[in-house]
Design a protein around this ligand. Structure first.
Ligand code: GRG
Length: 305
């Protein structure tokens, strides 16, 4: 199966599983259920859940065991986008090709829909896959820990806090010093990298991977996450809002340091390609000859070409 067939097949399974995972009326008041659905079903590449399922494949596991983690991570990712778009944060009006949730449902409902998605994600992880097998329960608990850490203050929330603080004037009215290359890398590793890593690691754990395999997948996904961020910065400079489904050029306009700003476009493209080479080396060194994860990495990088 080539990559586009693989992506289409996995994306279709993920859409169906997300549909089942979303809370239904009337248990959940329609006003918030509809708001959650609006953002989850707005499209999106489903990169994180695909990585989760592909990692279960890479360790030779049963992909269906990783589907609850795949969906939980997509729910958390969607909550983060809703909250990131709020006026108090990035203040954006376009996401996934649609008006942002606070534009159509109001700020309060957008905050609640994000909160609801966050809570539903952990409920899903606790409930599924249903099993009383001690090994499966250990896998589930480990995955809950991995995802909570990646989504929380040591991960995504912490990265978002660093990003927000960088554009927030202090009491003296001055902005903090801009990130240097190391600061930029740390902020992105937390803000977007942590959840991408957790996607792959959760898939490998649910697929029953050995500790060595999980460690190799983690290192591989760290590189894919960095490549993703470099490409996202390139697209922010080069892309059109229509193609991106979100407002283009915002980071540059806000004076945020980006990879193209620090290194230039050509070097940024080369750096993204080098991430995939390092991901390849990591998998090779671990004796894991899974081409699919690398194909997904190249798919990430090709978006910037
Ligand atoms: C609000 C706690 C909190 C966190 C927000 C991830 C994040 C932290 C904000 C997103 C800001 C942003 C646009 C970052 C650039 C990288 C990124 C996460 C892009 C969106 O992810 P894609 O490209 O989106 O995977 P789709 O729509 O395809 O799922």
């Amino acid at each position: 199966m080539d990559l586009s067939e693989y992506l289409r097949a996995r994306q279709a399974e993920i859409e169906a599983a997300l549909e089942r995972a979303l809370p239904a009326h009337p248990t959940c008041p329609p006003v918030v259920a509809d708001a959650m659905r609006y953002s989850v079903t707005a499209g999106g590449k489903r990169l994180r859940p695909v990585l989760c399922l592909a990692s279960a494949d890479a360790v030779g596991g049963d992909r269906s065991l990783a589907m609850p983690a795949a969906c939980a991570i997509e729910l958390i990712h969607t909550y983060s986008l809703i909250h990131d778009d709020l006026p108090a944060m990035d203040d954006d009006t376009l996401r996934r090709g649609r008006p942002t949730l606070h534009v159509v449902a109001g700020e309060g409902m957008a905050i609640l829909a994000g909160d609801g998605l966050h809570a539903e994600a952990f409920g899903l992880l606790a409930r599924e896959p249903q099993s009383s097998d001690p090994d499966m329960m250990r896998r589930k608990l480990r995955v809950i820990d991995v995802i909570a850490t990646a989504a929380g203050p040591a991960g995504m929330v912490g990265g978002q806090a660093l990003d927000l603080a960088a554009v927030t004037p202090g009491r003296d009215g001055r902005l903090p010093a801009p990130f240097d290359a190391e600061g930029l890398r740390t902020m992105h590793a937390k803000k977007t990298g942590a959840l991408i890593r957790a996607s792959a690691v959760s898939g490998a754990i649910m697929g029953g991977g050995t500790d060595a395999a999980v460690t190799a997948i983690d290192a591989c996904a760290t590189e894919l996450g960095l490549a993703f961020q470099i490409v996202d910065d390139i697209l922010d400079v080069e892309g059109a809002s229509k193609d991106l489904g979100k407002t283009a050029g915002k980071d540059a306009a806000a004076g945020k340091p980006t990879y193209p700003a620090l290194y230039g476009l050509d070097t940024s493209r080369r750096m993204a390609r080098e991430c995939i080479e390092r991901a390849d080396a990591v998998l090779n060194a671990a004796g894991m000859r899974d081409a699919r994860l690398l194909e997904i990495g190249r798919w990430i990088v090709e978006r910037s070409n």
